[in-house]
Design a protein around this ligand. Structure first.
Ligand code: ADP
Ligand code: MG
Length: 702
């Protein structure tokens, strides 16, 4: 096996700060570095110099093309490749060129990307602009090495049409407000506070040839039919199990590709469901983490292809076993390296930490609906609240120790006691004894404090992590801002901060829940507490445009009201379109594959029955089976017709909220009603007749 030199490989395809330092004149490098750290605009002269250096490096690495790489509201990335080619001179010679202007600004046609009414097809101009805070990189695919420049994407009139612009705005807002907080505690040297994010990515890996035999996987990224295999995940033998050779070879290649791109792929393991796996990088600045997560998803899919595999990123590709999520680990750190979510050894005495915690409790409680929305997508509807993933109710898990601190503060205004971690006794003298964490883990919580970060677990596996992080940054910025307003004006700071912590924690204690989030009782308890329980994506959309939401996002310049409305429109439209594709796929599969196959099978049974009769052999079994199957077939046929009818009705509606709700309330149940008899048929029909690979074939044979 070929050796991998990780140190050499790492970021070899990234135009890192280090490479810029090597290749740029001192002055230009200083200017770039200053803008990365403090914001501002690159001068035209500097842009030209950077562009040339970037192009030279890219060409040395075999690149012939460059692209502005951006994240429109489709949830994935977009790219339009341009060669570095220019007009040949009179001798016919051509010199590859790339100007500062081309680096900084692009003009893709915006009309073919979702804009939710912000753009009409006749006013198509949109701009991509270089995001200097996320490094350029070279993507190596079958098209050849291509220089990718991370960019933001907005309309002619400046409205954000992507996931990056609001994220960058939210990071600035959070930084500004967080700095006010740390200043209150005497920190004078920090100049910025940066949210850092580490996203654990779950995915399924199946055999590509088999996957391609299923229209549902091809068109909607998940199975829409499929009876459970005799074995699921009940033996707990897949989670952290030995990684099979074919999967291992895939993971090895994924790591190599990711390392080249500067993604610190660190952890890999088998997940709970058969054929499910996870990869996690080391955390980094939210903006770069969002870009990198897109690269992780792309790389997983691409490398799977090289191995004859198909990577399924859908939140619920297979019914009956766990779906996939993306644990979004989030913390906030000063540019001087202080993690503001670090409680220290004695969190009960760490006033700055307690204030920040109180603010986060307030933020999450006040905007639980928005946080829920930020993790909503079509696929996640099949997963959240399924008693395998966090419920649709947002709550915070703090763990025993911190919850106890909060309780003390709420009850007495003081937290003198601190529950300590105990020594772990294994009962084996040769094993080391160590002090346990004061707090156990809780896998069922949507938003769990895990030592020095929060882990937002509701996020879907196929979704961009742009929205969840934009929302997190925004709601916490608001809480920080309100706290800072009060504390900056206070005469007695110590007293004021004490009161504020107690007030916030008392008011928002209801958001803390340390119990089992999968339990039915929690739903009832949450309702008593008045916590929102938003079951679906369509129901979550209106949280974006409530007065509370508009006030929040406008105040910090993250979204204008128009942008929020446009995003809501896009979500309704996306939901309707996705469900429509799923429904049409089911109809196709039922009409053209499944029902004909069952008819053929019944036909063969009829032939057999007749032959048996002629021979004078008893036919009771074949008759009985044929009757049973025929009954189910009728059910399936009726269900297809009902689904066809529902889809036709939906198609006649205008695009928007009402249509989206129609898909949710009428079409989706009709889809489920069709799946039921078909899955039962699958269990009755001779496998040789079944027209597609089954769950058993897909999940257990990689
Ligand atoms: P687990 O599966 O137990 O949650 P993993 O090691 O798989 O843990 O993933 C933890 C993730 O959290 C990693 O991506 C890691 O880099 C990230 N992380 C660790 N510390 C921080 C932090 N301070 N801020 C953001 N993310 C963090
Ligand atoms: Mg985790």
């Amino acid at each position: 096996m070929e050796m991998v030199n990780v140190e050499e490989l790492f970021a070899s395809k990234v135009f890192t700060l280090g490479k810029m330092k090597e290749r740029l004149p001192k002055g230009t490098f200083k200017e770039v570095n200053k803008i990365i750290n403090e914001g501002g605009e690159l001068s035209k002269e500097a842009a030209d110099v950077v562009a040339k250096a970037m192009k030279d490096w890219a060409v040395e690495n075999g690149a012939t093309h460059y692209t502005h790489w951006f994240q429109p509201l489709t949830g994935i990335t977009a790219e339009k490749h341009d060669a570095f080619v220019t007009h040949p001179d009179e001798t016919g010679k051509m010199i590859m060129e790339f100007s500062g202007k081309e680096l900084i600004k692009g003009e893709p046609d915006a009309s073919s990307f979702p804009s939710g009414g912000l753009r009409a097809t006749f006013e198509a101009r949109g701009y991509t602009t270089w995001d200097i805070t996320s490094p350029a990189f070279i993507k190596e695919t079958a098209t050849g090495p291509t220089l990718c420049i991370p960019t933001a994407f907005c309309s002619y009139t400046g409205e954000a049409l992507d996931k990056k612009t609001p994220l960058l705005r939210s990071m600035e807002a959070l930084s500004k407000q967080a700095i006010r907080i740390v200043r209150l505690f005497g920190n004078t040297d920090a100049r910025k506070v940066i949210p850092s994010v580490g996203a654990e990515q779950e995915y399924f890996l199946v055999d590509a040839k088999k996957a391609l035999q299923r229209e549902d996987i091809v068109f909607s990224g998940r199975t829409l039919f499929g009876a459970a295999a005799p074995k699921g995940q009940e033996m707990d033998d897949h989670y952290f199990g030995v990684i099979r050779e074919r999967v291992g070879a895939f993971m090895r290649d994924v790591n190599t590709e990711l390392w080249k791109l500067g993604v610190t792929s660190k952890t890999q393991h088998n997940e709970a469901a058969p054929a499910q796996h996870e990869v996690a990088p080391i955390y980094e600045s939210a903006n770069v983490a969002v870009d990198h997560n897109q690269l992780v998803m792309e790389t997983l899919k691409r490398v799977a292809g090289y191995h004859g595999l198909r990577c399924m990123l859908h939140e619920k590709p297979f019914a009956g076993v766990n779906g996939s999520g993306k644990h979004n680990n989030w913390s906030i750190t000063t540019d001087t390296g202080i993690n503001l979510l670090e409680p220290g050894k004695t969190p009960n005495e760490n006033i700055q930490f307690l204030l920040i915690l109180a603010c986060i409790m307030k933020a999450v409680d006040t905007h639980a609906d928005l946080l829920r929305q930020s993790a909503a997508n079509v696929g996640n509807d099949e997963r959240l609240g399924g008693y395998e993933a966090p419920p649709a109710i947002i709550s915070i898990f703090l763990g025993e120790q911190l919850e106890d601190v909060v309780t003390q503060l709420v009850e007495t205004g003081k937290a003198d006691n601190l529950k300590k971690g105990e020594v772990l006794h294994t009962g084996v003298s040769t094993l080391p004894e160590f002090v346990k964490d004061a707090t156990d883990r809780n896998r069922t919580s949507p938003f769990a404090f895990t030592g020095n970060k929060f882990e937002f677990r509701s996020v879907g596996s196929a979704d961009s992590i742009g929205s969840p992080n934009t929302t997190l940054n925004a709601i916490v910025a608001e809480a920080f801002c309100e706290a800072a307003d009060r504390l900056e004006a206070a005469e007695d700071f110590d007293m004021a901060v004490h009161d504020l912590i107690k007030e916030y924690m008392t008011k928002h204690q209801r958001i803390i829940f340390n119990g089992n989030g999968y339990a039915k009782e929690w739903e009832e308890e949450a309702e008593r507490r008045g916590l929102p329980n938003i079951h679906s994506m369509v129901e979550s959309v209106e949280t974006l445009t409530t007065p509370k939401s508009i006030k929040l996002f406008e105040k910090f310049g993250i979204f204008t009201e128009a942008e929020l409305h446009s995003r809501a429109e896009i979500l309704y439209e996306t939901y309707a379109k996705s469900k429509n594709i799923e429904a049409l796929t089911m109809i196709d599969m039922a009409n053209m594959q499944i029902i004909p196959a069952v008819i053929k099978y019944i036909g063969s049974m009829a032939d057999t029955t007749n032959n048996l009769k002629e021979m004078g052999v008893t036919v009771s079994v074949t008759k009985k089976l044929a009757n049973k199957i025929s009954g189910k077939l009728e059910e399936a046929q009726d269900a297809v017709e009902a689904l066809e009818e529902a889809v036709a009705q939906a198609a006649a509606m205008t695009v928007g909220k009402e249509q989206a709700f129609f898909f949710y309330e009428q079409v989706a149940p009709a889809m489920r009603a069709l799946r039921r008899p078909v899955d039962e048929l699958e269990k009755m029909v001779d496998k040789a007749y079944w027209p597609m690979p089954t769950y058993a074939d897909l999940l257990f044979e990689v």
